[in-house]
Design a protein around this ligand. Structure first.
Ligand code: C2O
Ligand code: CU
Length: 499
């Protein structure tokens, strides 16, 4: 029994004081206005089975209002920016009838979800890309609780940059604190003076090398929104960074405003008090936030200047993302937060295969263009990392470039190791982590029985398309690799290929 408990990484929730004084009883007469002004679009469930969520999802260009009176034609899912929140409970089945009404091919990738390879949304590895006017049905069970997200995997720098992303929340029935909860999608868009979206190739190769950031920061598709929040009432924020390049280091006042309880793959080993909360592109955070300021105060949620390499802090300013005004709440007593603990076993390093990955960048001396490299090669010239089902690998990722790179591995969670090879505490499951510039990072990953070609890449999507992308070829012992799907459609150079 004990070993089973360890194996399933049983979630242990100690409600402590909170159990004696239920938080529900403290709920304010009027909850905050957040849902009213910043709620995400929702989906319609077409399936009567309570354990099946069946939805229509259409990629289409639509006019969206990102600030009062300011509209832009964005690339959207179901006409909204961001796309609808897809929300289900762990173990549920999702069926998505996806239609492409964009002028170009696309797919949907379910970032962080441990789906079968056929559902991973990568052309050439999972499915042909969905042509304009075409459709595809995604159908899978959600195996893990946590906040995930979805986005295209075709020309992703352009398509994500133009607005194609949405949040994907998988609820954990064993952890439902009665706290007001908000899903927060951080992103940015690049809007020209004309009011149109800037082309995805601005700044040419130099823009690619840095990673293009938009000039309008968005919180749930709104630029610098205002919300009213009850003073003293804790909120739970589930945050995803869906920007194609921008790092967000969040701050909400000088005190340690955030209690971080989880990240990419659900809850973490124990909570941490955090003053500045970093989310790199693709990454998620699960935090409690309590506006302790007296009623009538304003709290700015800002994104601090964060050094992700050359050009990221020079002559730039922090960004205000959101302004909260505190309102009186029905209680004056401090509300205890639920204690969160989760047992996550460190992956065994016995027999693990060492894998060396080096991110580099080269500049062509003739035309001065940049090209990113993995172990000295670029994109499809990089040999796949071979792996067999059941194998554990320890990746040492060295970044010799002057920019940081958020490493993302499809389909599998990893644990981050420190320089001495010990797991970083609190233990947590990750699928995206920043490898700082001129530095290195180790991660340990174990491959379960889902053979196929799984991408890994930098989640600064310009960098991925500029060379920092390759794959892991996962096979069953003694079996050949599974065939790539529909070869007549896979004439394209790579999964995130350029036009
Ligand atoms: Cu967010 Cu290749 O993925
Ligand atoms: Cu990068």
């Amino acid at each position: 029994m004990t070993s089973l408990i360890c194996r399933v990484a049983l979630l242990v929730i100690c409600l402590g004081l909170a159990a004696a004084r239920p938080i529900a009883a403290q709920a304010p007469a009027s909850p905050s206005e957040w849902d009213h002004s910043l709620g995400l679009p929702t989906v319609t469930d077409l399936n009567p089975d309570p354990r099946v969520l069946e939805i229509n999802l259409t990629a289409q260009i639509a006019s969206v209002e990102y600030a009062p009176g300011k509209r832009v034609d964005a690339w959207t899912y179901n006409g909204g920016l961001p796309g609808p929140l897809i929300r289900l409970t762990v173990g549920d089945r999702l069926i998505v009838h996806f239609t492409n009404r964009l002028p170009t091919g696309t797919t949907v990738h379910w970032h962080g979800l441990r789906v079968p390879i056929q559902m991973d949304g990568v052309p050439g590895a999972s499915q042909p890309d969905v042509a304009p006017g075409g459709s595809f049905t995604y159908d899978f069970v959600v195996p893990d609780a946590g906040l995930f997200w979805y986005h295209p995997h075709v020309m992703a720098a352009e398509q994500v940059g133009f607005g194609l992303y949405g949040a994907f929340l998988v609820d954990d029935p064993s952890f439902q604190p009665r706290i007001e909860e908000h899903v927060i999608v951080l992103s940015d868009i690049d809007v020209l003076d004309s009011g149109a979206l800037a082309p995805s190739d601005t700044g040419a190769s130099t823009g690619m090398a840095f990673g293009r950031e938009g000039n309008v920061v968005l919180v749930n598709g709104r630029h610098r929104p205002h919300v009213r929040v009850p003073s003293g009432m804790p909120q739970r924020w589930r945050i995803v960074n869906a920007a194609k390049s921008r790092y967000y280091e969040l701050n909400a006042g000088s005190r340690k405003a955030f209690t971080k309880i989880g990240s990419d793959g659900g809850l973490q080993e124990f909570a941490e008090e955090i003053e500045n909360l970093l989310l790199v592109p693709g990454e998620r955070m699960d935090v409690f936030f309590t506006p302790t300021e007296a009623p009538g105060s304003e709290i700015d949620l800002i994104s601090r200047l964060f050094d992700r390499g050359y050009g990221s802090t020079e002559a730039r300013q922090p960004e205000t993302l959101l302004t909260m005004t505190t309102t009186p709440s029905s209680t004056t007593a401090a509300i205890p937060l639920p204690t969160v603990t989760r047992t996550i076993e460190p992956l065994s390093q016995a027999g693990a295969t060492p894998i060396a990955i080096e991110f580099g960048v080269v500049q062509n001396q003739l035309d001065k263009t940049f090209l990113y490299t993995i172990n000295g090669k670029s994109l499809e010239k990089v040999p796949a990392v071979p792996a067999v089902v059941g194998e554990t690998q320890i990746w040492t990722v060295t970044n010799s470039t002057p920019w940081s790179h958020p490493l993302h591995i499809h389909g599998f969670f990893f644990q981050v190791l420190d320089k001495s090879g010990q797991p970083v505490r609190p233990m947590q499951w990750k699928d995206t982590v920043s490898v700082p510039f001129k530095d290195s990072l180790k991660v340990i990953v174990r491959f379960d029985d889902r053979p196929g070609s799984w991408m890994y890449h930098c989640h600064i999507l310009d960098h991925a398309e500029g060379g920092l992308m390759s794959s892991i070829l996962l096979t069953r012992p003694g079996e050949p690799p599974p065939p790539a799907p529909a070869p007549e459609h896979t004439h394209n150079a790579g999964p995130l290929r350029e036009k």
